[in-house]
Design a protein around this ligand. Sequence first.
Ligand SMILES: *[C@@H]1O[C@H](CO)[C@@H](O)[C@H](O)[C@H]1NC(C)=O
Ligand SMILES: *[C@@H]1O[C@H](CO)[C@@H](O)[C@H](O)[C@H]1NC(C)=O
Ligand SMILES: *[C@@H]1O[C@H](CO)[C@@H](O)[C@H](O)[C@H]1NC(C)=O
Length: 448
Amino acid sequence: MLSSKVVTSLGVALGVLLQFTLADNPIIQTIYTADPAPYVYNNTVWLFADHDEDGSKTYNMKDWRLYSSIDMANWRDWGVVMSLKTFSWARADAWAAQAIEREGKFYFYASMTRSGASYGIGVGVSDTITGPYRDPIGKPIVANGNIDPTVWIDDDGQAYLYWGNPGFYYVKLNKDMISYSGSIVSVPTTQQAFGPKFAEGPWVYKRNGTYYNVFAANCCPEDIRYSTSPSPTGPWTYRGVVMATAGGSFTNHPAVIDYKGGSYFFYHNGALPGGSGYTRSIAVEKFSYGADGSIPTLKMTDAGARQIESLNPYMRVEAETIAFSKGLRTETSNDGGIHVAGVNNGDYLKVKGVDFGAAPGAATISLRVAAASGGGKIELHLGSLTGTLAATCTIDATGGATTWKTVSCPVTSGTATGKQDLFFKFVGNGSNDLFTFNWWQFNKAVAA
Ligand SMILES: *[C@@H]1O[C@H](CO)[C@@H](O)[C@H](O)[C@H]1NC(C)=O
Ligand SMILES: *[C@@H]1O[C@H](CO)[C@@H](O)[C@H](O)[C@H]1NC(C)=O
Ligand SMILES: *[C@@H]1O[C@H](CO)[C@@H](O)[C@H](O)[C@H]1NC(C)=O
């Protein structure tokens, strides 16, 4: 996230809009998201994200969202986990943030502007990763007018909170993670340490004995660069460019994780329809470190990261588990958790790499839906949006928008077998939302 101190509308014009195709990047399509902060916990990637409100022409950001994936392709939506309302002292600008676990509690550090002052970094705490997070101290943990926190707990148990724009700073957090000891250290952003022009958005982590700081440089449009160090406090040595271009957004923001044997780089761009520097979207690329620990220069792609395990359709799957979608939104459900809404004729939801198993495969699907009036149909297509039609399920009115029914619908024998991408295509009349959709589950055919 870029400080308004350095905002330039010029940057918007400089960005090159990526071509929009039926791809897996950007990985969230139901809203605009920015400043990725993935965290690996309990064998799952938890992706914390900022949220650009639809149609924004300047920063308009009110809450932080959470998504999760176990396969790097299908992402489940957990909704709002923290917002400006969490912090009594916050005024606006729910900007870049990062979460970390310590002794079973989760700490979520975030930038925002303060009432009657400039920027501050707050910390939210929760007993579960999915929140909701609450403010345990009622004031910023760092109140010095800076943004873009990144947090790291070293092997010796010492936690560090870093941040930066302008400049690059750190402080040693106490074990409670909501206070610090010692003074704030300003790290000179020299050319030798950080290359030609450190800007903002540091992401600090340790891998194989080396400390990495990946950051946005050269505002604007920004690129992503990195430095390494033998210790968490430097000295840092500039190592090169990770992502050379911006893509329809004049800012970028890096995040790096290792997950199930692969390394992943998260960033944001303006690649969704309506995308810009104020309506951004998070994307991901897989990469491999060089033998010397170097990070290669990566390109923004439409394809994104490869799916690393298939999805089991014979377990209940939340409808808000999405590889790609068009026209949909999600909201908190009276039926529990989150559901898919904004369903109109022609919208679709793609789930990737669904493993139906050997023939005869699936016989029926159960769909959890609510329809105030009218309803519509769900067509299940395999392979592509126009691929094999495996089922056409009629969704009748259920008696109210919050009255949920489980509808069972037959699958054409022999179609849903093996591993295939699954498309829910929504069909109906009129301009009103057709229905809401909470979860689905296939049932196996009995072998003859
Ligand atoms: C870890 O994930 C498993 C499987 O999704 C879940 O059942 C379990 O509750 C999770 N544990 C924690 C501590 O989140
Ligand atoms: C870790 O670093 C050492 C050298 O310091 C190198 O030989 C080794 O290949 C690295 N391991 C990985 C997994 O990158
Ligand atoms: C749409 O309306 C037409 C005409 O009333 C009807 O024949 C058709 O079945 C409707 N389609 C859906 C999906 O409800």
